[in-house]
Design a protein around this ligand. Structure first.
Ligand SMILES: N[C@@H](CCC(=O)N[C@@H](CS)C(=O)NCC(=O)O)C(=O)O
Length: 203
């Protein structure tokens, strides 16, 4: 199988790299350069019509897009250590936090990135006003996660999980585009230090 990857700061491929590192899985990978727009090349779009990275191409030619779907494939292939939970409660809680990262924080950060950042200035359909209006939503989102991390080691409880990977890659990408974690978000900052110290975080 072949993993189509893009280097940092792209957050979605990084999710999969961290996930694989946590499981000790070595993925054969091929780099897709976003600055060179290789994700929009016809041969890549034939594999993923969304024209985005990452994808995982299986040996039978099946293409799995969407970072969380790839993570789930790897979890099913190699269940240990479990990163999507094993009990009904863990599975549901990790899913809940994954969805909250993707629905609360990611869209606001993506709006600032796509509509205001100099690196995306050439994209069609930019709306700077809309991008700017999302900055407070990012802060609000980070405060929500800060409050949620009160008294807990990891986002979904006492064990490191896929939810931590989603939040880590999201706040690191936010930082890359100038959206720092607010200094008063002590729980979030402590959590960030903890998960960033894991060897997988360098992926
Ligand atoms: N929901 C998708 C998002 C994929 C995505 O937005 N990928 C970014 C890289 S982090 C990308 O390919 N951006 C270039 C583009 O959209 O043209 C996932 O989780 O994999």
């Amino acid at each position: 199988m072949l993993f189509y990857d893009s280097p940092n700061p792209a957050p979605n491929p990084r999710r999969v790299r961290i996930f694989a590192a946590e499981k000790g899985i070595e993925l054969s990978s091929k780099e897709v350069s976003i600055p060179k727009r290789e994700q929009k090349a016809p041969e890549y779009v034939a594999k993923n019509p969304r024209g985005q990275t990452p994808i995982l191409e299986l040996d039978d030619g099946t293409v799995i897009a969407e970072s969380v779907a790839i993570m789930r494939y790897l979890e099913a292939e190699q269940p240990d250590p479990p990163l999507f939970g094993t009990t009904e409660r863990e599975i549901a809680e990790i899913e809940m936090w994954n969805r909250r990262v993707e629905m609360i924080l990611m869209p606001a950060i993506a709006a600032v990135w796509v509509h205001t950042h100099p690196f995306t200035a050439a994209l069609p359909g930019r709306n700077v006003e809309w991008g700017e209006s999302n900055r407070p939503r990012v802060v609000e989102g980070m405060r929500f996660f800060d409050g949620s991390l009160e008294g807990r080691e990891y986002l979904a409880g006492s064990a490191f999980s896929a939810a931590d990977i989603l939040l880590l890659t999201t706040v690191d990408f936010a930082k890359f585009i100038g959206l720092e974690m607010p200094s008063e978000c002590a729980n979030l900052l402590r959590w960030h230090e903890r998960v960033s110290a894991r060897p997988s975080a360098s992926a």
